[in-house]
Design a binder for this molecule. Structure first.
Ligand SMILES: Cc1cc2nc3c(=O)[nH]c(=O)nc-3n(C[C@H](O)[C@H](O)[C@H](O)COP(=O)(O)O)c2cc1C
Ligand SMILES: [Fe+2]
Ligand SMILES: [Fe+2]
Length: 385
């Protein structure tokens, strides 16, 4: 996989297809990459390490490309172990390398490894490091996943090293759409910190960027404004998809039937795109991303033990934890003796900012009645108004 991206910039990252889940929760159907780069100059810089399972491959890539040359710097953009795990073994091979990070980077380094490092350079926001013809400027990006995160910007080639930002799930061997897997990554992992992402984007405004090198997913070397535009919308919790997302939790299928009817009605009233997610069948990250990306959401759930079905309860908790807001929301509930799902869902969502609730609420008792079908039709019409 290791190869030149430009004459002086080398991709030494690794692809992983060995794990089903990322962070123990997000499906990795098409793997993930842990990216790392070498910038060749009078002084050689390496950017980040990789997940511990790929240490041998990564160190091998470095040895192949550097031959008998030695790196002067190892830049640490993010201390989460998927990017920092190989630091100490790297230092065994290259003991004179200077580790570059901020104050918080080195606090975390001490906590993870409990080892003194001999050579370190502590940098602050906007500090510069001259490598030869290339110059790096460090940009602190606190909470663009973790508190120590920083980006660096290389002036000559106009490269932004963006840590987890602009990254995606999926190995770099897969030529898939950036936006869907980048959205699933963003809303799964970073969405809680929208204001911090927005702050960071402001800092990037004056920079002319030719290339973004994230820590996951492919290098982005064209249409840079488009990627920044998505991050701008997402950081402000604004939708980027027109239409309706329907999130459903049904046990025996009657609530699911109501959703089918609703989808037909939505098509009739001109919903251009309708996306359906079944919380009893799917890992939630797909539905979470769509709940954030669509402006209009219909939640359909059964009642369970006098409360909300656990999958829907858990799903809503995850949305709320990520600052879910700015939505137009409708509800379909089902209960065979005392429907409670709507009350529970509405109560949970009332903690969120700027949610418009659309009438009518569809209350099904066991299976669809004529009246339910009429209500579903009205709900579809009203949510599209
Ligand atoms: C374990 C279990 C607990 C349930 N608890 C309630 C309840 O407390 N109140 C209620 O009205 N219905 C309850 N129901 C009925 C569900 O809401 C029922 O599945 C629904 O009415 C039919 O919709 P479905 O076909 O989409 O599953 C329960 C069902 C199950 C399987
Ligand atoms: Fe991270
Ligand atoms: Fe990461």
């Amino acid at each position: 996989m290791a190869h030149n991206i430009t004459k002086d910039l080398i991709d030494i990252g690794v692809n992983s297809n060995d794990f089903e889940l990322f962070e123990g929760q997000f499906n990795l159907f098409h793997g993930i990459s842990y990216n790392s780069y070498i910038l060749m100059d009078e002084k050689i810089a390496i950017f980040d390490t990789v997940d511990i399972h790929y240490e041998e491959e990564w160190l091998g890539n470095i040895h192949i490309f550097l031959e008998d040359k030695k790196p002067t710097y190892l830049i640490l953009h993010h201390m989460e172990p998927d990017h920092s795990a190989c630091i100490m073994d790297f230092l065994k091979d290259y003991p004179d390398t200077i580790l570059v990070g901020n104050m918080k980077t080195f606090q975390l380094l001490e906590q993870f490894f409990h080892q003194e490092v001999k050579h370190k350079l502590v940098v602050k926001d906007q500090d510069q490091l001259v490598l030869g013809t290339h110059t790096l400027t460090f940009i602190m990006a606190p909470m663009v996943h973790w508190p120590e995160v920083m980006f660096s910007y290389e002036e000559k080639e106009k490269i932004l090293f963006s840590a987890d930002a602009f990254g995606k799930f999926g190995s770099t061997e897969i030529d898939d759409s950036w936006v869907d897997e980048a959205a699933r990554y963003y809303f799964g992992i970073v969405a809680k910190f929208g204001p911090q992402v927005a702050n960071l984007l402001k800092k990037l405004t004056p920079l002319s960027i030719n290339m973004i090198c994230p820590l996951h997913g492919r290098v982005l070397n064209k249409d840079i404004e488009q990627y920044i535009h998505y991050y701008d919308l997402w950081s402000k919790y604004e939708d980027d998809l027109d239409g309706v997302a329907i999130i459903c939790a049904s046990i025996y299928g009657h609530t699911g039937e109501a959703v089918d009817v609703c989808m037909n009605n939505l098509a009739c009233v001109g919903a251009y795109s309708v996306k359906y997610h079944d919380l009893t069948q799917e890992e939630y990250s797909y539905a979470i991303a769509d709940a954030f990306r669509y402006k209009r959401i219909i939640f359909a759930s059964v009642t369970y033990n006098n409360g909300l079905f656990p999958n829907m309860n858990d799903f809503l908790s995850r949305l709320i934890e990520k600052n879910f807001q700015n939505k137009i929301v409708g509800f379909i509930e089902n209960g065979s003796w005392a429907p409670m799902a709507y009350k529970c869902m509405k109560e949970k969502l009332s903690a969120c900012k700027n949610i418009t609730f659309v009438e009518p609420v569809v209350t099904i008792k066991s299976s669809l009645s004529e009246e339910n079908i009429k209500d579903i039709c009205d709900l579809a019409e009203n949510i599209m108004k």
